[in-house]
Design a protein around this ligand. Structure first.
Ligand code: GLN
Length: 542
């Protein structure tokens, strides 16, 4: 299938089959990365089928991380994959949840925009979805659209139908349908089974989409030749257009695997470019990712959403990237903050002594807070490198305040009627507690104080970082805490809010109100996280 003209964007629609979580997002991001390496202008968009308006109100333990874009959209974690693989900052329009689509249509209906019309899924919802796709594809060579969920999900039908209709709107020769399936492995017979994948392709065809490319995810080593033959026989997809993704040592190998299996070179030639690409960036990343480093460092991650580590996906990726740069063999040990609360103080010390560094990531609500405060206090007393991210910065402030004359120090989030609220509400947030889209969200500037460790780390005076929180450092306590030795080293010039605190007497004790992990890239790790691991490495060497 050859395209007719090169001036308008082409579309790659990625659907999933059999099970969710089989690597559709990574496949989409990897295809994007391989096309970007060929100098195509690539855009990418995720549609999620939940009736939520955005990911902000989803439960982290169930759905995983809420990724925040620079313009403050609370999105699905796939946006994080896209940013890391494409090294681009995306925005609100790159992530669309079904709730937002329906809300907008109903608001239009109430405003009388459809007067006289029966509003229906087809054509109203489906063409609305297409508008969302086509409008952000403008100006790009290729626009990748990933549909969340799996084919056959009742709630996703309007989206699948919209992308089927899209072929009529933009021309079938401008769309490539890629279906990502899962091949289960039966241990007793030692077989990789293709039946669920066959059925999934049949389901997709019954909706009117004949996939051009099949990517099959499989968790063991398999005979690719045989699998391709069988999948070709039962799905009609040519063997050359079937990719097999076995478990890889690093997720960053996927672009290279798709390349080697001729999937992305095929897409490039379909788009009218040479199948050849320079993927040295990816080879470099993979080399660093799979290399063995000999300096072990153990970081205690004192956290609260441990039933699903996807909640910390960007942070884990950011830590890995920083570890390659600092050349350490990183071990992240997840500690349930709540568990620390049940230990005696000597048991807590024994537990925390195992770590070369302590990191407290973001989080919401009271559960586990005291365990986190114990961990931060331990880091202060023992000069253990500490990085506090968002909630972790607030915990560090509370712990420091409690040790310096404010024994009742707390956050309004955990003790609304408290007397010494060193962390409190942002003006205007008072009545919005626990509702969606009401936090300080997205990118804000931060001015770094001369002579501070933060300024030295970033090596510039003005930075921009992404936020997602409701509570802030309380300026009423600035003077008290500064004279007690806590340095405020980052301030937002726009609203004068505190962005970074540090304790200069310690080797490394920094808390940031923002989330550095969202802007870390495998090829360009975040300076603050790199500096933390450097401090840890140095303290281990002593
Ligand atoms: N719960 C805190 C707040 O809302 C911290 C949020 C976070 O860690 N992202 O301010």
């Amino acid at each position: 299938m050859k395209r007719s003209s090169k001036t308008k964007p082409c579309y790659i629609v990625i659907t999933g089959g059999v099970v969710s979580g089989s690597g559709k997002g990574i496949t989409a991001a990897s295809i994007g990365a391989c096309l970007k390496a060929r100098q195509f202008q690539v855009n990418i968009q995720k549609f999620d089928m939940y009736l939520n308006v955005d990911a902000g109100t989803l439960k982290p333990g169930k759905h995983g991380e809420v990724f925040v874009t620079v313009d403050g959209a609370e999105t699905d974690l796939d946006l994080g994959h896209y940013e890391r693989f494409l090294d681009v900052e995306f925005n609100q329009s790159n992530s669309v949840m079904q709730g937002a689509v329906l809300k907008e249509i109903i608001e239009k209906e109430r405003a009388g925009d459809f007067l006289g019309d029966d509003i229906q899924v087809i054509p109203h919802v489906t063409s609305f979805i297409q508008d969302k796709i086509v409008s952000i594809a403008k100006g790009f060579d290729v626009h990748i659209v990933e549909l969340g969920g799996t084919i056959g999900d009742y709630e996703g039908l309007a989206f699948v139908e919209a992308t089927r209709q899209l072929a009529d709107r933009v021309g079938r020769d401008r769309i490539l349908y890629v279906h990502v399936v899962y091949l289960p492995y039966l241990q007793t017979s030692g077989e990789v089974k293709t039946k669920p994948a066959q059925n999934s392709v049949r389901d997709l065809r019954s909706i009117g989409i004949i996939p051009d490319i099949l990517v099959a995810r499989c968790e063991t080593k398999a005979n690719h030749q045989q699998l391709r033959q069988k999948l070709n026989l039962f799905t009609g997809i040519e063997k050359e257009k079937i990719g097999i993704l076995e478990n890889a040592q690093s997720v960053y190998q996927v672009p290279l695997i798709l390349e080697k299996q001729n999937i992305t070179p095929y897409i490039a030639s379909w788009l009218g470019k040479s199948p050849k690409a320079n993927l040295s960036v990816w080879r470099n990343i993979v080399r660093r990712a799979i290399k063995t480093y000999h300096r072990p460092v153990k970081i205690g991650m004192i956290a609260k959403y441990l039933d699903n580590l996807d909640t910390y996906h960007s942070l884990i990726e950011a830590m890995k990237a920083a570890a390659w740069t600092t050349q350490v063999d990183l071990e992240l040990v997840w500690v349930d903050a709540k568990h620390l609360e049940n230990l005696s103080s000597s048991e807590t010390v024994l537990e925390l002594m195992k770590f070369d560094g302590i990191l407290i990531p973001g989080g919401f609500g009271e559960r586990g807070i005291n365990g986190m405060i114990q961990a931060a206090t331990y880091a202060i007393h023992n000069n253990v490198p500490y990085l506090g991210i968002c909630l972790g910065m607030q915990i560090m402030t509370i712990a420091y305040a409690r040790l310096h004359g404010l024994s009742q120090a707390n956050s309004k989030e955990f003790n609304p009627k408290g007397q010494q609220l060193v962390i409190t509400y942002l003006e205007g947030q008072k009545d919005l507690y626990m509702t969606g889209g009401t936090m300080r969200l997205g990118s804000y500037e931060c001015h770094l104080k001369k002579g501070s460790q933060a300024r030295q780390i970033y090596n510039q005076s003005l930075i921009k970082e992404r936020h997602r929180h409701r509570f802030e450092f309380n300026p009423e306590y600035t003077q008290h805490l500064e004279s007690a030795g806590l340095q405020i080293s980052g301030i937002c010039p726009e609203n004068k809010l505190v962005e970074i605190v540090e304790i200069p007497q310690q080797n490394f004790m920094i808390g940031c109100q923002f989330h550095p992990e969202f802007s870390s890239r495998p090829m360009n790790p975040h300076p603050l996280i790199v500096a933390f691991l450097r401090a840890v490495k140095k303290s281990v060497a002593i």
